[in-house]
Design a protein around this ligand. Structure first.
Ligand SMILES: [Zn+2]
Length: 316
């Protein structure tokens, strides 16, 4: 399969249908988009050549599923935008400030990974302005949880951790979806039905702002009714979550077709379409960050080195 194909919206729907087969083949961790759906959404968003694409978006070992596969990340709620739950019924066990804390932890954690990827990209091009074969060769696949010195693998690893959280935001929140037909409640919170990507991951803008300004911006832009689901993992303070009387992950999530929230109004597609668009924006933001951080053509060469499987031959 070509890594340079690019799917439009109609293509994504096909991708979602075909991902049902992947869903059956790849066991899903309980707390996330199935690995197959993460992979499909990411592949659809990126114009990368096959070997490079595979490092990022293999449903088995790609960087974008590492936070679900690696036990060190699997139970970290902010890496999956979990526990930013809130329901305005007057007796909810969490406050809207708690919601804001966890939403901010998810977005700023992804921003930190994005910045680490920008820094790691420095190694893609050597002092003489040439793409380094040693730093970009992928014949042996990237290693995520062992010694890995190749700059290209480091860039992909950090971007994968960031983009996983971005995708999970749409699967785990009510940003894009609509409520079910019954009365609203903890198991059926209002859906925001937003047609545009969320502003919380605008990293090209955020990377030029102070940490305090980023946090303020996220809170200001979060609608009162925005919620993600409680998952029995760790919140941003490392506290094990008790989901009693809270909006539950399984009630709200659209990780795969067949979950309760996906039975209404194409909710799976609403989330998946925005998740793909969000990753397309992430890739555009990352290219811009490389060009502005490494001016004079060096950043442009880094972009070329990321897209191509043998960039020391393709990029000059
Ligand atoms: Zn996840």
């Amino acid at each position: 399969m070509s890594g340079t194909r690019r799917r439009g919206r109609g293509g994504l729907l096909l991708a979602c249908v075909s991902s049902v087969a992947l869903t059956l083949a790849v066991p899903a961790p309980a707390g996330a988009y199935t690995l197959g759906n993460h992979a499909e959404i990411t592949r659809a968003a990126l114009p990368w050549q096959p070997l490079t694409e595979d490092q990022m978006a293999s449903p088995v070992r790609g960087a974008v599923v590492a936070s679900d596969v690696d036990p060190a990340y699997r139970h970290q709620g902010p890496m999956h935008c979990d526990n930013a739950d809130w329901f305005p019924d007057g007796s909810y066990p969490r406050t809207i400030e708690d919601r804001n804390t966890e939403l901010t932890a998810c977005a700023t954690g992804a921003l930190a990974q994005f910045e680490a990827a920008v820094a790691a990209a420095d190694g893609l091009v050597d002092e003489r302005g040439r793409v380094s074969e040693g730093q970009t060769g992928l014949r042996a696949g990237c290693v995520w949880n062992g010694p890995e010195r190749r700059a290209k693998c480091e860039v992909i690893r950090h971007l994968g951790l960031a983009w996983h959280a971005v995708e999970d935001f749409y699967a785990h929140s009510n940003w894009a979806d609509v409520a079910g037909s019954g009365s609203l409640g903890l198991a059926n919170p209002a859906g925001l039905a937003r047609p545009e990507v969320a502003p919380f991951f605008a990293f090209a803008r955020y990377r030029h702002m102070s940490d305090a300004a980023v946090r303020r911006d996220i809170v200001e832009r979060a609608p009162d009714e925005l919620t993600t689901g409680c998952y029995e993992d760790l919140d941003s303070a490392g506290v094990q979550q008790d989901c009693t009387d809270r909006v539950g992950h399984a009630d709200l999530a659209k990780d795969f077709r067949g979950m309760p929230r996906t039975r209404t109004e194409h909710n799976f597609d609403r989330a998946a379409v925005l998740a793909q668009e969000a990753v397309e924006r992430q890739w555009a933001d990352f290219r811009e960050a490389l060009r502005t951080t490494y001016p004079g053509g060096r950043g442009e060469l880094m972009v070329c080195a990321l897209v191509h499987d043998t960039p020391w031959e393709s990029c000059r």
